[in-house]
Design a protein around this ligand. Sequence first.
Ligand code: GLU
Length: 444
Amino acid sequence: MSYVDEIYERVVAQNPNEAEFHQAVKEVLDSLKLVIDANEEKYRKAGLLERFVEPERVVSFRVPWVDDNGNVQVNKGYRVQFNSAIGPYKGGLRLHPSVNQSILKFLGFEQTLKNSLTGLPIGGGKGGSNFDPKGKSDREVMAFCQSFMTELYRHIGADTDCPAGDIGVGAREVGFLYGQYKRITGRYEGVLTGKGLTFGGSLARTEATGYGLIYILDEMLKHHNQQIEGKTVLVSGSGNVAIYAVQKLQQLGAKVVAMCDSNGYIYDKEGIKLDVIRDIKEVRRARISEYVKAVPTAVYTEGKGIWSIPCDIALPCATQNELNLEDAKMLKANGCIAVAEGANMPSTREATDYFVENNILFMPGKAANAGGVATSALEQSQNSMRMSWTFEEVDAKLKDIMVNIYAKAADAAQRYGVPGNYVAGANIAGFEKVAEAMIGQGIV
Ligand code: GLU
């Protein structure tokens, strides 16, 4: 049996009931097969893959808090410190009812490769809780965040592990978490990123994941003699990534005709009015169905279905496994030429394979959405230097990083004989750096 197959079997046997983690490991190992076969002896000797698929540490804890009715609530809290070969653990905290160990391990594993691709010195981590911020008051969210940090603080630090936002964690939550960390430890340091601008946050961090997605999409299109201007685009989701992706697309002359949330999607053939979406999502924290009240010519449809709308480009920016094989086939049939993932693993394995095999330009999440964590690393740098860069400086660095990620993924794909396969290219390029660092540091 090949080394890759052996390791996959081991992961399934040793991590039962962790379907998302198995899925992420399988996709990565399959596309690393060429590299691993070529280095099998060296990697086996170092137990490299056995270590690569095992998180360095998983912390799981109780998060008790009191709701507005005076009732005690208890949630599960986690931090997965996956791999610190190339730098301190770095990755977001997700607050969503679906959060469990499998999902956080898949995200931590992916984060390790994503962070490596950025070229910056950051290892991979992820954390969160099954707490649902939806429908909670500000006081309840603060009570939860303070309780969560009262345990988490002992496992993190500016030079050990630096969490950030993810689904359900934005500026409000990062602020509450930071306040509690500072209160407990007495230290004012860059221990979380995505902070408010008045207390160490970086300009352009809020925009970074969405903007970065469009920068790498633009780069990919240019290399295939295409451009963003004039294209019709679908963007799933309506959170931070989706909103700033739409903003940059509109600046570059694309027309975004649909967005969604977990309840349903809106179709606006005149082009989405982003100020209406921002008011609904960022100010009122309401459902996207409200859009049609402000724009009566738009159509709201309950449930899934956004990928059935004809488009040139599709950007899944909501959550894992939101785009399946049937969706992929529909996109192709309707003339879609490019897909780039703003979320982490939004396309199922079957959909990903379909895109790659059917010549749809496809940029996987670990490359396409790396602009967020890359700009978090720039926030860490500014905190360490006790300096702040301008928006233009950070944005220019972000653009450079995304162009470089494209070049690395394209180069690795070329070197291993699969030109244009950015799934393989991103996995290989991310893996090569981590593997070398792990071997260099001995059996740890
Ligand atoms: N949650 C984001 C991601 O999936 C950002 C993480 C960070 O900024 O550390 O990459």
